[in-house]
Write a protein that binds this ligand. Structure first.
Ligand code: 13P
Length: 247
């Protein structure tokens, strides 16, 4: 990792957690001084306002691409900001699969998030069938390129990208550090076709079965700036150990 990119570890609780988990995370993370990295917790949105985060930041797992209005069940960027969110995960593979989110909708959400002043954590990654066909770079290249239909390279500069191979999510089967590094470098290459500074400066996280015992090997790769953590982000000890592996 280059000196200029600050390491980041973000926990994606998905549809898990309760008030007592909010409390134990708030206490455990506020107890630590993570001064050379960014630590983010992304709980379900209903819990955002229950955090009293001092040494970490909070983020949402999804957001509407629309402004406030007649959109039953949706949550706007303005609402998330009011609850203290600083980040929003956008385009997670579970949203793309379960809610038919397309590359275009993801790009629109990213545009809305950036415009609102929040920071998107933009997820990309291929399914097993795509990797088995040897088409992962084509697929991921399209996911990344689609962003530029709605935002400029300049606007993307503060954003974060997360590479999450779908076959590694929740399966216990992580990408090898070399496989992950190869895709991270490729994502920078795609970005460099738009803007060299963007490619060099943007943080790219790896996600997919990151645990305390494999985090260091992944995070020490030159183009991996930290992780987006699912299952292991629900346990304070495991999550803190993963954060420490990123410094
Ligand atoms: P796991 O760490 O449980 O594999 O989940 C990864 C993920 O989807 C984070 O967004």
């Amino acid at each position: 990792m280059t000196e200029k990119r600050t390491p980041m570890v973000a926990g994606n609780w998905k549809m898990n957690g309760d008030r007592s988990l909010v409390e134990s995370f708030t206490n455990a993370l506020n107890d630590k001084a993570f001064d050379r990295m960014d630590v983010i917790v992304c709980p379900p949105s209903v819990y955002l306002s229950m955090f009293n985060a001092e040494h970490f930041q909070i983020g949402a797992q999804d957001v509407s691409h629309l402004d406030n209005g007649a959109h039953t069940g949706d949550i706007s960027t303005e609402m998330l900001k009011e609850l203290g969110a600083r980040y929003v995960i956008v385009g997670h593979s579970e949203r793309r699969e379960d809610h038919n989110e397309t590359n275009l909708l993801v790009a629109k959400k990213v545009a809305r998030v950036i415009e609102s002043g929040l920071i998107p954590i933009i997820c990309v990654g291929e399914a097993l069938s795509v990797r088995e066909a040897g088409e992962e770079k084509l697929f991921i290249g399209e996911q990344v390129a689609a962003l530029f239909s709605e935002v400029t390279a300049d606007q993307l500069k503060q954003s974060v990208i997360a590479y999450e191979p779908v076959w590694a999510i929740g399966t216990g089967k992580t990408a090898s550090p070399e496989q992950a590094q190869d895709i991270h470098r490729f994502i920078r290459h795609v970005l460099s076709e738009h803007d060299a500074d963007l490619a060099d400066g943007i943080r790219i996280l790896y996600g997919g079965s990151v645990k305390a015992n494999n985090a260091q090997a992944l995070f020490s790769q030159p183009d991996i700036d930290g992780g987006l953590i699912g299952g292991a982000s629900l346990n304070t000890k495991d999550f803190i150990a993963i954060c420490q592996a990123a410094i």
